[in-house]
Structure formats: C-alpha cells, structure tokens
Design a protein around this ligand. Structure first.
Ligand code: PMP
Length: 431
C-alpha cells in the first residue's frame, strides 16, 4: 500500500496549518508518527484516500457518521438546504421540528438550545449550572474529555478527588482549581470529594458511558448514586452525551440506565455529519439562558438550516426499526472474532463493547476507569493500528478511542475485518 499523495499533502499542510491538522487527534503522533491518511471520498462504510486506497471505516469521524458516508437520505436533505439558503440569521421551522424530535427521543429535555459543537454545548451547561446554583466548582471524572474549553482541560487521573491542575498551557490555574477530578466508577472517591467541597459545587459533569478512554460502562448503580449524592449536595447533574446520544439506542445513555440528569449536552450524531451541538434539560434551569434569563449564550451559525436538515434526516434513519439491534449483532460478531483471533495468536487483549462501539485494549485484563486504560499497551496498539491501516481498516489513531460501526457495515465487512485482525495479530505475535 502506498501513501505517496497523503505524504505530499501532509508536507504541504505543515507549511500552512499548524501541525498539519485542524484537530490534534488526527495526527499520528500516538501511533508512530508520520503522515496521516488524507481522505478523498466516502460512501457507506468505506472511504478512499488520495492514493486511492480503500478502507473500511471504523473511525466514523470520531462518532458522528453512524449512518455511513453520503447516506442518500441525509445527502438529499443537505442538498435541499444548499439550494434554499444555508443561513438566514432568523428562526426557522426546522429548528422547531428538530427540537421536538429530540424532546420526544430524550424525555429529560424539557427545553433545548442548538449551537455548533460539543464543546460549546458542554461549556454552556456549566455556565448555566453556575448561574442557577450561584456556585463555581465542578466535579468531573478522570480521563473524560468534554471539549477544549478551559474549565474541562484539567489533568485527569491524579488520584482520588484532587483539585485540578491545567492540562493545557494557557488555562489559568484559577480556572483549573475550580475543577475537582474523581476516578470514574469510584463512588467512594466521589463521596470524599462531595464531603469536602459539596456546598461549593455547581455541577457534576458525567459521561454516562465513557467514550474517551475507550468504551467504559458505569458500574451497576453508579449513575443513580451520583445523581442522589449530587442532588443532596444541592448541585446539578450534567450528562455529556456528545458521543452517547443516539449511539447505543434511539435516545440517550440516560434512558439505558434509567437515570435523568438535570441537563444534557449533545453533538456529533445529531448533526448527521454537519457541525452541531445542543444542550437542554429542566425547564426552570434552561430558563436561566438569555433571552429569558441572565446566562448568556449565542451563535451566528446556531440552528443553521443545513445542520438542522442533516440532523433530522439522520434521526429519521436511526428511528427505523431494527437499526440498533443490527449494530449490536454486528458489534458482537466483531468482538467475538477479535477475541478468537487473539486467543489463536496469544495476544493479550481486553475488549469493551456496547452495541456498535468497541475498544480493543492491549496487555490488560479489565478497563473500568482511566488509570486502567492508561496502563494499556500503547506500543502494541500503535503496531496494530499501522498493520490494520495497511489491511485497509481505518481505526482512530489512539489507544483511547473507540471503533464505531455504522448502519452501512455489512457481515462481509465484519468478516473481512476479522481476517485483517488475524493477519495483524499473527504479525504481532512474531515479535
Ligand atoms: N464531549 C465528549 C464526550 C466528546 O467526545 C467530545 C468530542 N470528542 C466533546 C465533548 C467535544 O465535542 P466537539 O469536538 O464537537 O467540540
């Protein structure tokens, strides 16, 4: 397999775009460096790079592309928006339609507001929670990524309930010191944090199913306890469902576990591949937001007709019967196949899977929190990634990311992927 054109484009990109990429996770830094693969076109479960190599896509653009590339129903909706105007700066009928669709799918959303990215959505929920409670501190779980705004770029995994230190240059220590980080799935550490800082805490920010150190489910009862303890402390529960909304069911993770947060942030899938964010929740809390309340949030592009149309079309596809059952069936087959090949070749792995999303961790027995994911073998993953790429299987270039299936993956894609896994494991077993 040749990557000549990708390499050329990357050299060019390095002259003009910082680091050659517009989001650092696209760089191949964690998988041995080199040029990332430049894609040219996509169709269904496949995309083709600028050297005309074909890949089965498990990146799914880090989650949003759950219906595959260029889905005809979504393409039609976007094309219609393109010919009737993509931005008016006025309200439109589509915003009402989409808001109602989201509310029907996720009952805790009494009121919603659209914006343009997951980062924006989570950022605003924190502002609103602070406005509502009159408090400042937030609790988040170690290793959970919530976007690139200051308050959540706080180092994770530094022991139970420590006050945060910034994870990025340029984040003021004063901002980071308002963030308390606790290990996921550790209710004891969470209680310690609340005992110490509970009356200063505005909100607890939770990925109900973690997607950012691989797919990690909450222990039984964990989310319920977090809810109960948070409310007892007078703070709000915010669910970051940027990855999880419409990923595992038509609705959100909160419905899978039967818990309701006070506010929810979303993004990714709900935009059908176009830029989007949305947040919503209890009416009395959401009414803190301008123009009704004192918490300001705005956006020139927010609720734009193209994103609305793509989002509605995407949910229409996902609402069809059997979509998530099929994702689960294919996900299960893929998981079994990977395990089978790992056993055959003596490769030590753990697979965490829920429905059509999974993570393969190397050299570890279980992953329930960030520290365990962090301890997985990054070198083995890097090798696996590079071998799979050359097999025409595109994974996210990080040991912490998930493989995402789409509605367009077929049995034959899964079988071809398992064959590629077999050859990659065989190669890895040689060293
Ligand atoms: N929250 C979670 C859980 C995410 O996974 C991400 C993005 N990976 C974000 C927030 C930020 O979303 P965006 O990249 O759209 O700003």
């Amino acid at each position: 397999m040749k990557f000549t054109n990708s390499e050329k484009l990357h050299q060019e990109a390095l002259q003009h775009i910082v680091g050659g990429v517009n989001s650092p996770s696209r760089a191949y830094k964690a998988v041995g460096g080199g040029s990332p693969v430049y894609m040219e076109r996509g169709q269904g479960a496949y995309f083709w790079d600028v050297d005309d190599n074909k890949y089965i896509d498990y990146l799914a653009a880090y989650g949003p592309i759950i219906t595959g590339h260029a889905h005809p129903h979504i393409a039609k909706a976007i094309a219609h928006a393109a010919t009737t105007g993509v931005l008016y700066g006025t309200p439109t009928r589509l915003e009402n339609e989409f808001a109602q669709m989201l509310k029907e799918a996720i009952p805790s959303l009494e009121k919603v507001r659209f914006n343009n990215s997951g980062t924006e959505a989570v950022m605003t929920t924190i502002r609103v929670a602070r406005a509502y409670t009159g408090r400042t501190k937030i609790i988040k779980f170690a290793g959970c990524y919530h976007g690139h705004f200051d308050a959540v770029l706080v180092e994770a995994g530094s022991g139970p309930s420590t006050l945060g230190t910034p994870d990025s240059a340029g984040v003021p220590t004063s901002t980071a010191s308002d963030v308390i980080t606790v290990p996921f799935n550790d209710i004891g550490a969470f209680k310690v944090a609340l005992d110490k800082w509970g009356d200063e805490v505005a909100a607890v920010l939770v990925e109900p199913i973690v997607g950012n150190f691989g797919i990690v489910e909450p222990f039984k009862g964990f989310l319920q306890e977090v809810n109960e303890l948070t409310h007892r402390a007078g703070a709000l529960v915010i669910y970051d469902e940027v990855i999880t909304a419409f990923r595992f069911t038509y609705g959100s993770a909160q419905q899978i576990y039967g818990v309701e947060p006070d506010m929810t942030a979303m993004g990714k899938i709900i935009g059908g591949g176009l830029p989007i964010g949305a947040y919503g929740g209890r009416k009395d809390i959401m009414e803190q937001v301008a123009p009704l309340g004192p918490a300001y949030q705005a956006g020139t592009m927010s609720g734009n007709p193209a994103s609305m149309a793509a989002g509605i079309a995407c949910l229409e596809v996902l609402k069809e019967e059997g979509v998530y059952e099929e994702l689960d069936r294919l996900g299960k087959r893929l998981e079994e196949g990977i395990h089978e090949k790992a056993r055959e070749h003596g490769i030590h792995i753990t697979v965490n899977r829920l429905c059509g999303a999974l993570t393969v961790y190397f050299g570890v027995d279980q992953i329930t929190n960030y520290a365990e994911a962090d301890a997985s073998d990054g070198e083995a993953f890097a090798k696996f990634f590079q071998l799979m790429l050359r097999e025409g299987i595109n994974l996210a270039p990080s040991k912490y990311e998930a493989w995402f299936l789409t509605t367009e993956h077929k049995d034959s894609d899964i079988e071809n992927t398992i064959d590629a896994v077999e050859r990659s494991f065989a190669e890895m077993a040689k060293t």
